[in-house]
Ligand binder design. Sequence first.
Ligand code: ZN
Ligand code: ZN
Length: 226
Amino acid sequence: MIPTAFKHMDKNGFLPKGIKCDQCGKELSGENGPRPAESYAGSFTGLCYSCQNGGPYIVKEHFDGAITRSYPPHSPSWRRDREEQTGYPDCPECNGSGRKYHDQPLSRGGGYYGYCEPCFNKYYNHPLRKVYHEITQTVGAHIYGKYENMFHAALEKAGLPTVKSDDLTDEQKQKILDIAISLLEAFQTEDRGACDKLRSIYEEGKTGDHKKAIRQMKKAAKELMK
Ligand SMILES: [Zn+2]
Ligand SMILES: [Zn+2]
């Protein structure tokens, strides 16, 4: 959304007329309208004021009982984005809201809502979720590294410089580009395949045996990094 937004904004920083609210479909207020912030690129969120400031609603219920809710911005004059927090219904700190009020004097910006730390930690330390994220990153980095090495090897073989150089001939530039393109598709296919494989084990593990899913992910990771 953002790159499109910047491409289309006019010289005053406003997006073209006719953009509709992502949530209710109402046309956003324009530069001369009553709520210009709705379509000003710097404060554009895709939502009209009433949707932006509407009450909390559930975005997602997670497999481990955590619930993600969307909240109106705590300080709309500062940042218009709605905020998402994730909490566990049995949390005594936040009663499941996932957010915690931090008191602060007005001189320092006033009180604000942040995340609930116990819920945040519980969410990110859930073994299945944690192992899934770690393994996905490790496998992704491995595949990337493998193709980077292949790219360098191919450059060397073709007698091309392997470090960034400013004085390349057009022919050399074209050769480097051809080599990159020839590897790109294979890289993307392998990377996507690995992500899909791990994702499917993770998805299955959400409703099944977590420990078993973790073992399967570790085993799959070994295979994928051969
Ligand atoms: Zn709306
Ligand atoms: Zn909590």
